[in-house]
Design a protein around this ligand. Structure first.
Ligand code: ADP
Length: 195
């Protein structure tokens, strides 16, 4: 199964992606996690993207696309994956479409987590206090939300007409949102088994 999970910063994408990954036995591929790991290891990529992550701005498409294509080409991704945090721009949608077309593969579903804006802010500021994610402070969070509205909402408009978009209410508990996701995805796996 090849899936995307989308939603504003703080919508719970990472948490829900991990649950989907476990239930359907597919790896989670998170661009945010990959970039944060690169920054921690002080690799050339990490040095290039650090300032962008700290300010909450997007990493350029060419860099992000290359990181994702390399990761999708690894053996554990052969049978499926859930992409968390990618694509985030309309150019990245085109890059993913091209990659999938060259592989003769297609997306099975796009999950869109819907959470009210006030709740997003609350969740991220709380996460900043508890997990010490350096980009979870009020200034950066506000910027990430603005970037999301400007750059990532158009991505949703691109997937909507394809008939694979599942709007998931993400305002409840982790378990409630998880159950809504399972209700959307389980029918897809049955279709898989039948042919
Ligand atoms: P969030 O959704 O909470 O903002 P992520 O972990 O998905 O957090 O992303 C953290 C940061 O990593 C982003 O603010 C951006 O700098 C960078 N990043 C992640 N994914 C992408 C992407 N697809 N394109 C460009 N930059 C990205």
């Amino acid at each position: 199964m090849r899936l995307l999970i989308m939603g504003a910063p703080g919508s719970g994408k990472g948490t829900q992606a991990a649950a989907v990954s476990e239930r359907y036995h597919i790896p989670t591929i998170s661009t945010g996690d990959m970039f944060r790991a690169a920054v921690r290891s002080e690799s050339p990529l990490g040095r290039e993207v650090k300032a962008l992550l700290d300010s909450g701005s997007l990493v350029p498409d060419e860099i992000t696309d290359a990181v994702v294509v390399a990761r999708l080409s690894e053996p554990d991704a052969a049978e499926g994956w859930i992409l968390d945090g990618y694509p985030r721009t309309t150019n990245q949608v085109a890059a993913l479409d091209t990659y999938l077309a060259t592989q003769g593969k297609q997306l099975d579903g796009v999950l869109l987590l819907d959470v009210p804006q006030e709740q997003l802010l609350e969740r991220m500021l709380l996460r900043g206090q508890h997990e010490g994610r350096s980009d979870d402070n009020l200034e950066t969070v506000t910027h990430r939300l603005a970037v999301y509205h400007e750059q990532t909402e158009p991505v949703i408009s691109q997937y909507a007409p394809r008939g694979i978009l599942h709007l998931i209410d993400g305002s409840g508990t982790i378990a409630e949102t998880g159950a809504r996701i399972v209700a959307a995805l389980d029918p897809l796996t049955v279709a898989d088994v039948d042919g």
